[in-house]
Ligand binder design. Structure first.
Ligand SMILES: [Zn+2]
Length: 346
């Protein structure tokens, strides 16, 4: 019998497209495009696309994206990969997915940022149509990119709302490229009415979370594992109901926390923070949302009620309008009832 965690309706707010490529698809695209991957078989390829247990840092983790990025430079490849990642989520019973990617990392083959967004959107929409879940996009600005490149992304995001872009993000080497370098880019995003999430408090400390909120106008925080370093800021994040996009398995791999036992998710939930649980990168991290939920139940003793709380938090945190949220709430309550579970009182 399929596990309860698998059957539960789920929400994914933090998932990177280039960290979700199926290894078999990578092999096929490389073959089609004549790209030499220097891998003898699918097993070796999978190993190269997945982080090793001995990973010591975010920088090392990020190296796993080089191979997939090499293969994500044509419209056809982008559309296929987008379709498959949304399909994988649907098969994992994800009912709402925000898929994120950095358009500027897919221009090596000559595609424009708008063509890249169009190609991804086409794949996601086809999967959405087939599986009936709801899939939206978040465009990522890169920390090591300059203001000009990142503003191109923000303006493209604003033009592409009709295609399903719901927000913008900042990702990359947090310790080496701080938030202060990107103030103007996110001022522009805010002016254009784009919801903002920022990767912060992952490879840098709580002060990075503070500046993400105060200087970059973040409405959500990607990870935020290191929030606990600052009690006063923790209170601000709680009072302002700023959701945290925690990715527990990834956080241990990147050494944002030293071990699973040291992950703050249980404390954050008990303190009333708006905790959500996400995969970050299903392929790189070797995970999916079912595994993340199972991990919560097993390692952090989350009850069914607490797991439903996490899903409800994710609905509230989603970058969609109130009407769509209401549809999601109704769908979740119906599905929970069908599974013999009751809704959590809010
Ligand atoms: Zn991330």
């Amino acid at each position: 019998m399929m596990s309860l965690m698998h059957r539960l309706p789920k929400i994914e707010l933090h998932c990177h497209l280039d960290g979700s490529v199926r290894p078999a698809t990578a092999a096929e695209i490389a073959e089609e495009e004549g790209i030499e991957l220097n891998c003898s078989d699918l097993r070796e390829l999978t190993e190269r696309m997945t982080v090793s247990p001995s990973c010591t840092s975010l920088v090392e983790y990020i190296q796993r994206f080089e191979l997939p990025l090499q293969l994500m430079q044509t419209r056809k490849a982008l559309t296929r990969i987008a379709y498959e990642t949304a399909e994988d989520a649907a098969l994992d019973n994800v009912r709402y997915l925000e898929m994120r990617f950095a358009p500027q990392l897919h221009t090596r083959g000559g595609l424009t940022v708008d063509e890249i967004i169009g190609a991804v959107s086409e794949g996601l929409s086809a999967a959405e149509e087939k599986y009936g879940h709801c899939v939206r996009m978040i465009l990522i600005c890169m920390r090591h990119h300059g203001q000009i490149d990142n503003e191109v992304v923000v303006r493209a995001a604003s033009r592409s709302k009709e295609l399903g872009v719901v927000g913008v993000d900042l990702a990359g080497d947090e310790a080496g490229h701080p938030n202060e370098l990107h103030t103007e880019v996110f001022e522009l995003a805010d002016r254009l009415g784009l919801p903002i999430t920022i990767h912060a408090g992952e490879a840098a400390g709580a002060c990075s979370i503070r500046s993400a909120v105060e200087k970059l106008r973040a409405r959500r925080i990607g990870h935020g594992v290191r929030l606990r370093e600052d009690a006063e800021l923790t209170q601000v994040i709680r009072e302002r109901r700023i959701p945290l996009e925690l990715c527990v398995i990834s956080n241990v791999q990147t050494k944002a926390v030293s071990s699973m036992e040291n992950h703050p998710i249980r404390d954050y939930l008990d303190q009333g923070l708006l905790v959500t649980v996400n995969t970050d990168n299903p392929t790189v991290s070797g995970t999916n949302l079912t595994r993340e939920y199972e991990n919560l139940a097993r390692r952090f003793r989350f009850s069914e009620k607490e797991i439903r709380r996490v899903a409800q938090n994710a609905i509230e945190a989603a970058f969609v309008d109130e009407e769509r949220k209401e549809q999601l709430r109704e769908r979740f309550e119906r599905e929970w009832r069908e599974l013999g579970l009751l809704a959590v009182e809010s």
